[in-house]
Design a protein around this ligand. Structure first.
Ligand code: FE2
Ligand code: FE2
Length: 393
């Protein structure tokens, strides 16, 4: 039997503003340095050292070894960055234009100065959440090294650990040196990362991190890469994406094998976890902390954002453009009478299901390719077109 939203999300309905704000105001990590999470998983040795028994994972491992880059020397940190123009993400892409013009909206009174400040804060906030998510990936993938039973996966995951260390390094440095520091972790993101680390089943780490969190990151990085002309950020995002596409492929290739042997009841638990992760990530992008920093009533803004028409939520929807095709490839959308399909329809992201999945997409994002910009632009444009189309038509 399916669990209720209360059991999956801890609230009776997806758009319950009070419950969302309760989580949002609960951030006890602001003044502490360490955040300790119980890790319930078994650590597994394997005595089967046959390299290449899983050829697709082996290929990914060989690819990772020759795709390393050095954050200290491959990026030009001497570039001066103007935070007000670093990312040209128009407010119209992030917010519903009607909401900005509505005289009762706090944003109606904003002038150029406020919009500029919002742009900078929003960038700092977004990159900060990526920084914390990268640390989550670092810890989750270190966990996978311990918990996955296959030697090819342990080898590959070890390369991802190095990749993630580099990602934490570059986002922290960009925030610290170019944007004057960042924001603490968003409570919705923290709740999700805690859940992933907490889970005892090793495949859940993959589903939560490689499929959901990294799938979202890959889409978001691609979108930001399109909208920035700031050379340091653009190159940084390109390099991170070349790693990230491999990471998502690692999740897809590993889980395909695991899910093939699961019962329907086990698959249902994975569907529910994917849905929970999707809602947590959507909640996180309501960016409560930025509204507070701007002196705006964040509850009011969250309510307005949740009520905005679907076609006005282009960026929020785009974030799911990798997740949904990958869930489809894994058979998660349609198993058990399409439970996850129904839920993704409800939160307005099912339209992405037929986009290319990320099982082999990493070759398009290869660090050495000359076509990166064109490939990335084309994928972002395809996803944007779907995100902007009216689902009702
Ligand atoms: Fe990463
Ligand atoms: Fe990653």
């Amino acid at each position: 039997m399916a669990n209720s939203d209360q059991e999956i999300l801890g609230r009776g309905s997806v758009d319950d503003v009070d419950a969302i704000m309760d989580i949002a105001t609960f951030n006890d990590d602001v003044d502490t340095i360490e955040h300790i999470v119980e890790n319930n998983a078994d650590t597994i040795f394997t005595w089967n050292y046959d390299k290449g028994e899983r050829p697709r994972l082996d290929r990914l491992y060989e690819k990772a070894k020759v795709s390393q880059w050095n954050a200290s020397t491959d990026l030009d940190w001497s570039i001066e960055v103007d935070p007000t123009t670093a990312l040209n993400l128009q407010a119209e892409l992030l917010l519903d234009p009607d909401m900005m013009e509505d005289p009762s909206s706090p944003l109606a009174k904003w002038g150029d100065k406020e919009w500029e400040e919002f742009g900078v804060e929003s960038l700092r906030w977004r990159l900060s959440q990526f920084l914390h998510g990268e640390q989550g990936a670092l810890l989750c993938t270190a966990k996978i090294v311990e918990t996955v039973p296959w030697i090819d996966a342990k080898y590959y995951a070890a390369t991802q650990v190095v990749d993630e260390a580099r990602h934490v390094e570059v986002f922290e440095r960009y925030l610290g040196e170019k944007l004057d520091g960042g924001y603490p972790i968003n409570p919705h993101l923290r709740l999700l990362l805690d859940d992933i680390i907490n889970d005892s089943r090793w495949d859940m780490t993959y589903l939560g991190m490689q499929i959901m969190v990294e799938g979202l990151a890959l889409a978001a990085f691609g979108y930001m890469h399109q909208f920035t002309d700031e050379p340091l950020l653009k190159k940084l995002l390109r390099y991170v994406m070349s790693d990230e596409a491999r990471h998502v492929a690692f999740g897809v290739l590993s889980l395909q094998e695991v899910y093939a042997d699961m019962t329907l009841a086990e698959i249902r638990e994975r569907q529910e976890f994917a849905f929970e992760a999707a809602v947590r990530m959507r909640d996180r992008f309501l960016q409560q902390e930025v509204w507070e920093r701007m002196g705006v009533d964040s509850r009011d803004m969250v309510q307005r954002l949740l009520q905005a028409p679907e076609e006005a939520q282009v960026f929020q929807k785009m974030l799911f453009s990798k997740i949904v095709p990958n869930c489809r490839k894994l058979g998660l959308l349609d198993a058990g009478e399409g439970w996850l399909r129904d839920r993704f329809t409800e939160i307005g992201v099912i339209e992405f299901e037929h986009l290319e999945d990320t099982g082999s997409e990493f070759t398009d994002y290869d660090i050495g390719t000359d076509d990166f910009d064109a490939a990335s632009a084309q994928k972002a444009a395809e996803a944007a077109e779907i995100a902007m189309s009216n689902p009702a038509s």
